[in-house]
Design a protein around this ligand. Structure first.
Ligand code: NAD
Ligand code: GLY
Length: 518
């Protein structure tokens, strides 16, 4: 099994291949360089002399030879277009295919910063370059076992362990390498990750060395009963009753005491097994227990698998205000088994889908198209949501700017949860109502109507009966995002065009909340 790097020109495949190879202790192979040696002239000359078809045929032959002769642990960088060949795609089976993802503008700048960049046959016209990038994107994604985005110099070496873990994971598992200002971690997404792995496999896919750092599971009673025994040997398990009403300081104290009682040390780690409530609470307890121990997130709800398990926001609610006490604490890793969603009650699945809808409004593009079409949430959708969230967090870990877009629908949503005592609406249900208010404030009547229909189609509430707008407005006024006299809102111009930090007149907020009354 070799590590095979694919991706668009300018993604840094040769550089990353060299770094991975150095870490593993082998010499990297680069198909473009080897092809030029075989041809006896640069790729550009081959295009000029014999045309692209001739180049592709010779490239296909060489790459297939490289892949079939590859020794275990070798590292091979492929030319950007080589995966257009069906033979090459077939020859990738049995290897770990690693996509180095890059946006088209950065790729263009990088290619043209190299001495012969402007001579590259496929990099002469910027619009054609962009179109080529767009046309290849889906193919790269389809083939990738692992996706690495925007790695800093030297960063690839740190991902080697996670790439190796893929060989122990169930077939079809994908790896995303998450990055933010305070750290990096692997995200593994695969059916059977929790259900099918034996103790030995778990040891290999686990982001921490379980022989040195003992896992202590924090969960809720429902999830622990169903899944705790799938996590291999645990040094201890502590549970809370299920539900938002238990995301409290009292629950945190219960967890801290239980971890102390089980003699957990700073060398050990917490495993957050459950939905967003458990993830936020367990992450907070991990961040604060003995001033901080690592946490591995094992999300089991849709909310947690597409959103809350990533990005490091942890904390608890106060009766007066949601998520009011907390810290940033990035996970040591996230293990996502979509099979666990099979036991999730339909109402929880529907509520979780609202975070998918929110993410699609933020991302736009193919994710929005899929969600607006009302399709099933499959691993592809989960992966797309996670990639969207990770990209936002990578740009702004501490909510100073861009990350605030993730709060779309949450200002009113959180206020509804608080005003109704954290007992009446699921988080996703409240956020759905919040999205309707945000779209009203955005002046997007058509999109609001479309979102309303989607919510109804998923059996989600679109009105807020028996709740005085004043109670919601009072909770909005306490929102932790408040700056001086106003609470900033996230507004939407169109799917994929979302602005944060928007000031909105108090009477408009009042009208948007009042409009939710039946
Ligand atoms: P949750 O954790 O309360 O889970 C919902 C219910 O599903 C619970 O009763 C739980 O016992 C049950 N459950 C969980 N997994 C199950 C499974 N596989 N099978 C059967 N039952 C299962 O709620 P949630 O919707 O997952 O998360 C909501 C919380 O997430 C809120 O507190 C919200 O603030 C938080 N959140 C945090 C972030 C973040 O970035 N930290 C982002 C979004 C939401
Ligand atoms: N759920 C909001 C955020 O992660 O920033």
């Amino acid at each position: 099994m070799a590590f095979v790097l694919i991706g668009f020109m300018g993604a840094g495949k040769s550089t990353v291949a060299s770094e991975l190879a150095a870490e593993i202790g082998v010499t990297a192979l680069d198909s473009d360089t080897l092809l030029e040696e075989r041809l006896g002239h640069p790729v550009a000359n081959e295009f000029a002399l014999n045309g692209e078809a001739s180049f592709r045929a010779k490239e296909e032959q060489l790459v297939c030879e490289l892949l079939s002769d590859a020794r275990p642990d070798s590292v091979i960088a492929l030319g950007g277009g080589s995966v257009l060949s069906e033979r090459v795609r077939g020859a990738l089976a049995g290897h770990v295919t690693v996509l180095l993802d890059i946006d088209p503008d950065t790729a263009w700048e990088r290619v043209h910063a190299t001495p012969d960049g402007a001579l590259r046959p496929l990099a002469r016209d910027r619009e054609a370059f962009r179109a080529l990038h767009a046309s290849r994107g889906a193919l790269y994604e389809e083939l990738a076992d692992a996706v690495l985005v925007d790695l800093p110099i030297g960063g690839a070496a740190r991902a080697v362990g996670a790439l190796r873990a893929l060989s122990a994971a169930p077939e079809g598992t994908r790896l995303l390498w998450a990055r933010s200002a305070s750290g990096e971690y692997p995200v593994l997404i695969g059916r059977g990750l929790i259900g099918e792995c034996d103790e030995e496999q778990l040891g290999r896919i686990w982001p921490l060395d379980r022989s040195r750092s003992r896992p202590f599971c924090v969960s809720d009673e429902t999830v622990a009963a169903a899944y705790a025994d799938r996590l291999g040997d645990l040094a201890g398990t502590v549970t809370i009753p299920p539900g938002e009403a238990h995301k409290t300081l009292a629950s945190a104290e219960h967890v801290w005491q239980a971890l102390l009682g089980a003699a957990m040390t700073r060398a050990d780690h917490v495993v957050a097994l459950g939905g967003g409530v458990v993830g936020d609470l367990a992450g907070f307890c991990a961040a604060t227990y003995q001033r901080g121990v690592p946490v591995v997130q094992v999300p089991t709800t849709l909310v947690a698998q597409v959103d809350s398990a990533y990005g490091g926001k942890t904390g608890v609610d106060l009766p007066e205000a949601k998520n009011y006490v907390g810290v940033y604490h990035q996970p040591a890793g996230v293990l996502v088994d979509p099979d666990t969603l099979a036991t999730l009650p339909p109402a929880e699945l529907a509520a979780g889908w609202v975070e998918v809808l929110k993410t699609a409004l933020i991302a736009g593009g193919t994710l929005w198209d899929a969600v607006a079409a009302g399709g099933e949430v499959d691993e592809r959708t989960i992966l797309a949501c996670v990639r969207t969230k990770l990209a936002v967090v990578a740009a702004d870990e501490r909510d100073g700017g861009r990350r605030q877009v993730l709060n779309l629908g949450h200002t009113v949503g959180h206020a509804i949860e608080t005003a109704t005592g954290y007992a009446r609406y699921r988080h996703g249900e409240a956020v759905g109502l919040g999205l309707l208010a945000a779209l009203r404030l955005s002046g997007q009547d058509e999109l609001r109507a479309q979102v309303r229909e989607l919510l109804i189609a998923n059996g989600l509430p679109v009105t807020l009966p028996d709740t005085a707008p004043e109670a919601v407005l009072a909770a909005i006024a306490r929102d932790k995002k408040r700056v001086s006299s106003h609470v900033p809102f996230v507004l939407v111009r169109a799917p994929g065009e979302v602005s944060h930090g928007c000031e909105v007149a108090a009477e408009d907020v009042r009208a948007a909340v009042a409009e939710l009354a039946p």
